[in-house]
Design a protein. Sequence first.
Length: 132
Amino acid sequence: NKDRRESSRTYTYYYHAQYFEVYGRLKYYHTKGKFNFYVAPGMLVSFNFPVKQKKGKYFTEQPSMPQPGTLAFSATLSAGAEIQVSKKWGFYIEPSYKRAFNPVIKNSDRPTIPVNYIWRTVSLGAGCIHHF
């Protein structure tokens, strides 16, 4: 009977990637006075570009590099509210959710890294609207 020891380590993994994304979505509006409420389902395609490894003054990072040309397909769902404050100006607030259907990063150089590559993102956008 051998004595088993387990060690617990914390690792930090850096993924440096640059993405080009193309959105497509439809907005379904419901208007009530100055307020517009909407739901906007859609799709998203993300394409990553190759990047260079970073080197620091006191250390060298050894990042895992995503394979160039990785495509990810995602579904998005947003719901928001707009208010018109004048004929040409308004404000909006929009929470949204994004869920990828396939891995965003295909990581062939380090397959044992315990990272979930499927995007599940919640975000909140707010801003001004100007009608031309």
